[in-house]
Design a protein around this ligand. Structure first.
Ligand SMILES: NC(=O)CC[C@H](N)C(=O)O
Length: 308
């Protein structure tokens, strides 16, 4: 069992915050531009139910790309590996997360579910009769993973992205032309932007990380919340593609399965040991939390958390 020292964690946060000036808050989704780049918080959830945190962990963070891992788990449970990987690949890419370039090569199938093109395909596979029914199914799954019934989405952030997501719409039309998706693009964009705007605290993020760290089991009841294989696939994608096109560098420097989002959130799962939630909106040029990555690097080195 890991026992983290709260004072040490506060010190690590203060150290990592010094890097905030080298980062930039995402503003291509206008509502995210309001975030304070100097914000940095972390929660670590261990299997004994303890939470150690530092920074303001009451602040809510929208999932953005972190939602890609949760939507993938849901769709794998619903449809199985064969159907999902018929439409989206398993390979990392050194292209940015919103790139359209690779879709022009044959086959047009997106390289993996962690880039936007792949995530849009995954979201299109969420089952249900209407956008609101599909969103409710995803939210119900998120709430179970986080053990928090109050989780919902930010209407402001969802709307802000929906009104400005021309690049994501382009990806959808490309995918539709190549028959990888067939649903109405505006409906898919509504579901995707609401999915990305699901908001929670670092403690909720850490608890979801812990479920993955425990091979899909609820940390309290040990009830399986997803099959072991689904948790394994999610963690594998977190290692190979979770930090976009700096996943290789992150694997070397931190070595923990993790998924980031442009809100500045990171969800990390240290197998068998703990779940970690981080929020630091100052981003590097790949779209990862710059301060968050620095903090995880420090933590990984101090507590030997690398899985490699
Ligand atoms: N990297 C991200 O977090 C991207 C998510 C964001 N909602 C988008 O599609 O652009």
């Amino acid at each position: 069992m890991l026992v983290y020292n709260q004072e040490e964690l506060v010190r690590f946060v203060e150290e990592a915050k010094q890097y905030a000036r080298y980062g930039k808050v995402a503003d291509y989704i206008p509502a995210l531009g309001k975030a304070d780049p100097n914000e940095l918080s972390i929660a670590i959830y261990t299997p004994d139910g303890r939470v150690v945190d530092a920074g303001d962990v009451t602040v809510k963070v929208t999932l953005q790309s972190i939602s890609k891992i949760i939507a993938l788990a849901l769709v794998l449970i619903d449809r199985g590996e064969d159907e999902v990987f018929h439409k989206v690949g398993m390979e990392p890419t050194d292209y940015p997360f919103h790139s359209i370039a690779k879709l022009e090569e044959k086959p047009a199938k997106p390289l993996n579910p962690m880039i936007n093109a792949g995530a849009l395909v995954v979201t299109s596979m969420i089952q249900g009769g209407s956008v609101s029914e599909r969103l409710e199914r995803l939210l119900a799954f998120v709430r179970r993973l986080a053990g928090n019934e109050r989780i919902s989405y930010s209407d402001e952030v969802a709307r802000s992205e929906f009104e400005t997501a021309f690049l994501n719409r382009s990806l959808c039309y490309f995918l539709k032309q190549h028959r990888i998706i067939d649903e109405d693009v505006e409906e898919l964009m509504e579901l995707y932007t609401k999915q990305c705007a699901i908001e929670m605290t670092c403690i909720d993020l850490a608890r979801i990380g812990l479920v993955l760290a425990l091979d899909g089991r609820d940390p309290h009841s040990s009830e399986p919340l997803m099959p072991l294989d689904v948790a394994r696939i999610c963690k594998t994608f977190m290692v190979t593609c979770g930090m976009y096109n700096s996943s290789g560098e992150f694997a070397i420097k931190v070595g923990i399965p993790a998924k980031s989002g442009v809100s500045g959130g990171i969800l990390a799962a240290v197998p068998g040991r703990c779940g970690i939630g981080v929020f630091g909106p100052a981003l590097d040029d790949k779209g990862n939390s710059l301060t968050g990555v620095k903090l995880l690097e420090r933590l990984s080195k101090t507590y030997s958390l690398s899985i490699f």
